[in-house]
Design a binder for this molecule. Sequence first.
Ligand code: CAA
Length: 406
Amino acid sequence: MIAGISDISIYIPKYYLPHEELAKARGVPVEKFHAGLGNQNMAIIPNWEDAVTMAANAALPLLERNNIDPDEIRQLVVSTESGVDHSKPVASFVQGLLNIGTRCRVYEIKHACYGGTAGLIDSIEWISKHTNDDPKGIVIMTDIAKYGFGTLGEPTQGAGALALLVEGNPRLFSLDTLLNGIFSKDVFDFWRPTGHRVPIVDGKYSIDCYLMALEGTISHFRTNHGLKVGELMDSLDYLIYHMPFTKMAHKAHRHLVEIEYKDAGREEQEKIFEESFARMVAPSLSGVREVGNIYTGSVYMGLVSLLEAEGKKAEGKKVGLFSYGSGCGAEFFLCHLKPGISRIVDSIGFKEQLENRKKLTFEQYIQFYSKSDEEILYYPEEARGFKDEFTRFVFTGFKEHRRQYA
Ligand code: CAA
């Protein structure tokens, strides 16, 4: 049995800051964010949400709409680099909130943004091996991309979570797990030392590392699949890249075209880039443009965007996914979209979530992002005006060093 994905759910916080507001406050031309980075808005997480509540808010609809008894879940993996505790995994908090039973493997995975893919592949392989009782697993990617105020990373912030239902004989798509292209290397491009609230970033170097990893995974993938240089793009219908910001997908795809068509002249390469980008890459971009970076879930939010943009056209198609995590680890792998996959777009409701968000002022954004977790008491002062917008699970502060949720 080859396991795969039978359903996807996405959860995006209900607040956003337009890049226009950020540009005005920081004295930067807005074109730098709109055209230079390719982003329009960034999701802002309020103080009463965290990686745990986003994860639970993403996963609950999977149980509800598939009529799954929480006791049926045999594996619950949460991938995050926004963990709330050095020991207790986010996955255990989620297990409690969702009432998932005790006969379940529950753990957290961290490898920067690559952790989501590591968790998913691990789950697919584990579920594939367990043929006796039709096991079900849930993989969640949940992250808050927060940088320091006024830093170059600030306009690439975002937050969100995805939950994927893993089963044998999957309804939506299957993934190849054995012939993937793999690359990893010990680098310092983006890291968050223990105790730091925000990451330290060597921004330009992080882009170089990302492109180096792309090249490494492609070379390995070609070898595994017996493809010659120049044959990769023709073997795929779509490409989804890890996207900290929209323009990263442009940079990645341009690099791929240069590698794959290295003997073509500049003009020919540009023609290939323009045509293939519009057809293969552009359908996956709408989410990151509106939400920003969501680290572990980034590639999978790209997949949801693609399904929304392409509808029936995407059915039966082959997608190449590139997952990158700083530090660094990366994987290039194939995803086969099943006939009928377009039917799930309405139940995911990503577009509706984006349309129903509330715009924050720059001052509200500063207020949300200035408080440490420890300062948040049961229903914080600033939550008063927002209380009727609370989502199903909220973080309510600490009691005797224990995080409390309602
Ligand atoms: N009008 C239009 N475009 C403008 C402009 C203007 N007025 N001013 C600048 N630009 C363009 C620049 O030309 C540039 O475009 P190109 O990259 O195509 O040359 C773009 O806007 C960005 O401007 P800068 O080159 O000045 O870049 P920056 O110094 O602001 O830093 C960044 C950009 C490095 C991405 C920074 O935002 C950052 O550090 N981000 C966090 C790290 C990150 O996302 N790294 C990506 C790879 S690592 C990864 O993928 C893992 C992860 O998720 C974190």
